[in-house]
Design a protein around this ligand. Structure first.
Ligand SMILES: [Zn+2]
Length: 79
């Protein structure tokens, strides 16, 4: 159960966070996963758009382990 609504950590965004990003320095992996239940200062909360668009630093790998969202597909038109 989520304690509170969290917002995207990207400046100027403020969208609802739906994913969490972490920098795994040892493996040089930018990890993206489902929003973790507890806020962690080492992790970055991201909205779906920013989780999709975030890029790994030079020579890092991007690892997206988000599960397929059970909700609405982002590209789906509201019909
Ligand atoms: Zn955002």
């Amino acid at each position: 159960m989520l304690a509170a609504m969290r917002a995207c950590g990207k400046q100027g965004c403020g969208g609802p966070a739906s994913a969490t990003a972490a920098l795994r320095y040892r493996e040089r992996i930018l990890w993206i996963g489902d929003l973790v239940p507890q806020r962690d200062p080492n992790l970055l909360d991201l909205c779906e758009g920013h989780a999709d668009s975030i890029t790994a630093p030079y020579r890092w790998r991007r690892l997206d382990e988000r599960r397929a969202a059970p909700g609405l597909p982002p590209a789906a038109a509201s019909a």
